[in-house]
Write a protein that binds this ligand. Sequence first.
Ligand code: NAD
Length: 397
Amino acid sequence: QAIHLLNPEELDTTNPKNTINKKRPLRMFGVMKIGVVKERRPGELRVGLVPGVVKTLVSKGHEVMVETNAGFAAGCLDAMYTEAGATVVDAATIYSTANVIVRVASPLPEEIQHMRSGTVLISTVFAKRQPEIATALSNAGVSVFALDALPRITRAQVMDVLSSQNNLAGYKAVLVGANAMGRIFPLMTTAAGTVKPSTVLIYGAGVAGLQALATARRLGAVVHVTDLRPETREQVESLGGRFVSVDGLDDVKVVGGYVAAAADDVLQRQKEAVNKVLYSADLVITTALVAGGQAPCLITQEQVEKMKPGAVIVDLAADAGGNCACTDGANTTTVGAVTIIGCPQLAASIPNTASELYAKNVLAFIGEIAPEGTVSFDVQNEIIGSTLIVHNGEVRN
Ligand code: NAD
């Protein structure tokens, strides 16, 4: 797969600067043919690599091909990619010649048909939720690095696409909620009277939840947050939020960085603790995820029916089944006068910033799996071992 690039100066044995055989061994760098295809899933406006990152990859000797208009929706025009050193080609050229394909969302079945055996795919996959995609990629002989499967370790933080994208989703969730609400966020004193600040309740003080808290606070809301990890209290309070205490969280376990599904009695105590805030909230943002892929159902229809008229729920866990029983995928529904907005992959609605951060994560990931330009499948490396979910015709992990 690797073509070794030699510096012509180093090959010239008459050149006095040539040090190959004298002081140091020749470093052999591989060159990858990296292809970026246009995302084809509905609503997916992001692109796998942005021109700035393409420029860095090209400067390292890699060849980058970008499908025509792949970055258009993210504000990355073909001319910007060409200027960065990429070639702009059609999808067929990428599928037939690239040895590494970078994308944001997993390929559709009709795209997998075009993928050559031996191709390396770097993408999010969410294989637990859509195992058929991993199977189809395995049948096609593709090796898949799933970025959503990165381990939650310090070394992987720079590559963590879930963190970079959830951070943006948390920010955008507040704007989506504010737009759907009939109230403003801040306390406002006017000649016509004083308007009370809105109350926001956030489920989950992870990356998305803390960003939602910070954003809602900046807009002037009073923000309450519930989480099952006791250490989040301090994080919430440091951002000006009010932590909703739930008794007896000592048994809540964390598995691989994810909270393990909580026992029913814990969830019941949590419901009792948050209900008072829930029933007075103007906006509820749910971000809670647990190990295993399926989001816990934290707000029942019965609870929604008791909420304030005009209240809005923005469910960021929609693609994992939703934290609210009334969430209907990516749709907006109403229960009485309460609006429930399912927001899967909300970062895709901020394609420019989201692609920029995603591409930087990918650049760091490529640096990890192919430091010398040749992709390593050494599963002893924790990052490779966790993310390499399909290889040699087998679905792993
Ligand atoms: P996540 O997406 O797994 O879940 C979101 C939040 O939901 C978590 O805070 C979780 O505790 C919470 N939650 C689960 N069940 C709940 C319930 N019943 N009620 C309320 N909340 C519930 O989490 P995340 O945003 O990815 O982050 C979790 C932690 O992991 C954070 O401290 C984050 O900084 C850390 N993290 C570290 C790395 C890394 O080191 N590479 C990467 C990602 C996240």
